[in-house]
Design a protein around this ligand. Structure first.
Ligand SMILES: CC(C)(COP(=O)(O)OP(=O)(O)OC[C@H]1O[C@@H](n2cnc3c(N)ncnc32)[C@H](O[C@H]2O[C@H](COP(=O)(O)OP(=O)(O)OP(=O)(O)O)[C@@H](O)[C@H]2O)[C@@H]1O)[C@@H](O)C(=O)NCCC(=O)NCCS
Ligand code: ADE
Length: 290
């Protein structure tokens, strides 16, 4: 009997949860990322490290599987599905905080990958853009049970600087992912950058345009401007695979550390990019870890 259970193929929801967790692990491991936790160390953070990012990612598997399964049961974008996803997202966040002893490792990632996992189940076989559009339709539905926290870091800086944050990024169909992350990942792969460099370029493309509320919270408008301009400078110099680009990337890393800035929102959206890329690849698939 146990041999029979062991051989059972994973369900579609379980496969989506596998992909979501793998995307988070790949994002955490990618190095060198400016200001962020990676294989070299904790970046601008005092309370995060790579082991904690991995443990947090693994703790979210049941939440992602449950969100995808709820989408399978409901079968369409609906108010009922939105409310179920909201509850599962809050449960996932509680489990993350239990595993990390209260440190916010992946709040933005639960939001983005939770919506995208549910949408991927609804839009099986669809393109990255179609999946993101379906996730956006879910994000635009109001969840009356969601506790509105006007004091979250994101809410505070959105008010102060008049910018859009994680909520709007999802409601608008993840433009940072669909217009910047995914196309740059594919372009850098086509140019022969190597998989790790292509992923770094995708992160930089996201950073060059995103109003990352983590950076605004930690380093204000100056931090955001320097992040966007620094990321653009790496790409304009030839990207992470080029010597000139690597030089710019080292400067950007130093700058982010000096400003105590960490682009956590961009990191979450890189994970969303890698998730969608695995689901709907339209460019040469990764060939190794070079
Ligand atoms: C809608 C919610 C995402 C809540 O959003 P809100 O803006 O109110 O709340 P925040 O607590 O600020 O969380 C937003 C997180 O999203 C990431 N992010 C930032 N900017 C963007 C952006 N422009 N687009 C997309 N995503 C963005 C970011 O997450 C990462 O950073 C986290 C660390 O941040 P922080 O806690 O500020 O940590 P530190 O700087 O280290 O703090 P200190 O050390 O200084 O104390 C890290 O977790 C990364 O993930 C933002 O943090 C959503 O949460 C929500 O409403 N959920 C309800 C449940 C639900 O409905 N779910 C639906 C199905 S999933
Ligand atoms: N690698 C990383 N470093 C810091 N914050 C993050 N949030 C999501 N991924 C992160």
């Amino acid at each position: 009997m146990s041999a029979l259970i062991a051989r059972q193929a994973p369900s579609a929801a379980e496969r989506l949860a596998d992909l979501a967790v793998q995307a988070l692990v790949d994002e955490a491991d990618l190095s060198p990322k400016p200001g962020l936790v990676d294989r070299r160390g904790s970046g601008a953070h005092q309370d995060l490290h790579l082991g904690l990012m991995h443990a947090s990612a693994q703790s979210l598997w049941p939440a992602f599987a449950a969100m995808a399964d709820a989408a399978r049961s409901e079968g369409r974008v609906s108010q009922a599905l939105r409310e179920t996803l909201g509850q599962l997202g809050r449960d996932g966040e509680a489990e993350m905080l239990r595993v990390t002893a209260g440190v916010n490792t992946h709040r933005g990632a639960i939001w983005a990958l939770g919506l995208l996992s549910a949408a991927a189940m609804l839009e099986s076989g669809a393109s990255a853009g179609e999946i993101a559009a379906s996730a956006a339709a879910l994000a635009r539905l109001d969840d009356p049970a969601a506790p509105h926290n006007p004091d979250s870091h994101g809410a505070r800086v959105c008010r102060r600087y008049g910018v859009l944050g994680a909520r709007e990024q999802a409601q608008h169909g993840f433009p940072a992912v669909i217009e910047h992350g995914v196309p740059q990942l594919h372009a850098s792969r086509r140019a022969g950058a190597g998989e790790q460099n292509a992923r770094l370029d995708a992160l930089l493309a996201i950073m060059s345009s995103l109003t990352d509320t983590c950076v605004l919270h930690r380093a204000g408008l100056e931090g955001l401007t320097r992040m966007q301009a620094g990321a653009r400078a790496v790409l304009e110099a030839g990207g992470a695979a080029s010597l000139a680009g690597r030089r710019q990337l080292r400067l950007l890393d130093r700058d982010m550390l000096a400003l105590n800035a960490s682009p956590g929102g961009a990191a979450d959206l890189l994970a969303a990019t890698l998730f969608l890329d695995r689901l709907a690849p339209h460019a040469p698939a990764p060939t190794g870890s070079n």
